[in-house]
Design a protein around this ligand. Sequence first.
Ligand SMILES: O=C(O)CCC(=O)C(=O)O
Length: 409
Amino acid sequence: MAQLWPDIQAVLPVSETEFNLNFSEKIDLSVVDILKQARHQLYDRKATQSWIDKAQIVLDFSWEKLNTGTWRDVDKEWRRVYSYGCLFKVTALCCGELSQSKIHEAVKTCDMGLLMGASILDDVLQKLVRVLQNKAKAWQSKAKQRAEQSEEPDKKKIRKECDSTPVINPSKAVPRIHCPSLEHFRTEFLDTQRPVILEGIIDHWPAFKEHPWSIDYLRTVAGCRTVPVEVGSRYTDEAWSQTLITVSEFIDRYIVGEGSTGKGYLAQHQLFDQIPELKEDIRIPDYCCLGEGEEDDININAWFGPRGTVSPLHQDPQQNFLAQVVGRKYIRLYSPQETVKLYPHQSQLLHNTSQVDVENPDMSRFPDFLKASYEECVLQPGEVLFIPVKHWHYVRSLELSFSVSFWWS
Ligand SMILES: O=C(O)CCC(=O)C(=O)O
């Protein structure tokens, strides 16, 4: 494999003296000292193993700090230390003889830094991961060519079945409108807090045109990237958990093939920051300008999962545009006025989530649930559902699905 070092070097400070390592007094001097030794080794490039070991000591030490107490109380300085640990490990891995497993470990280390650390040296981890991904892609396409030449049949087939599609009662159907003006949307839906499906407003996204989103496309742009995924039928289940795996592993385990369980959800708010190529395929809907917040305050979330994935009935504190890119979703909406009939959980953590299983309610425990009025729809690719702030929503994927939601205020 060709040397990677010139590309790595290009995104680093040019010399050891220009590589600043400044921390507040919250960081133990012994840790700063190890970081400085690793920095020296980075520019010396001789003792690779000791350089990796130093990076690992920093990573293990700062990992403890990141996992003590609640996330919000973790000091940003420790997140910076963690990112430097990742940077030194990645550079040490990529110096000298390369192998596919080293590249994969380096990409994973960058991702851990992007997920758990804080931005350092002008987003150097983001730049490094791009360099590494290009290398990994070149490798993958060679492997693909080899597989095609040996005419290996692709055993993995996407399961095409569709979950039972509910028949929408016309009297409860969410209204639809084609490309309304900003003023019309504001007066008819935003001011009155009425849900509506907006048609024709995202057709121009590259996610439909230049780079149609598909399993293959996701594998190409993000296959080797490590991301957090939810495992389990729904987040209210006891057996539900979160784990970190690569996008390709997620696809193999939960989306395609015979052995896939269909009980995983790549539902997260960091995906588009972590993988900017995907963010370039979408656009913030113009209607968000009707909010009072800045564009930077809009939270963009990814929802990628197999058919049958369920988001239990819950409410969120912001206005939401839920944009459907791949597959269809059944969605049920209840206004905040119906809250008492929806039996929210008592606990602080789940007080925004209903205890009721919407499509299979236990009427002995939740007798008023059927009295709550609601609206419903099947959201199709290319459509955007406006979910007003605090509106309760229940979502079930009818087939493999990729949606993007924009939370705005
Ligand atoms: O699509 C889903 O599964 C859930 C979407 C959602 O809850 C949201 O956008 O707030």
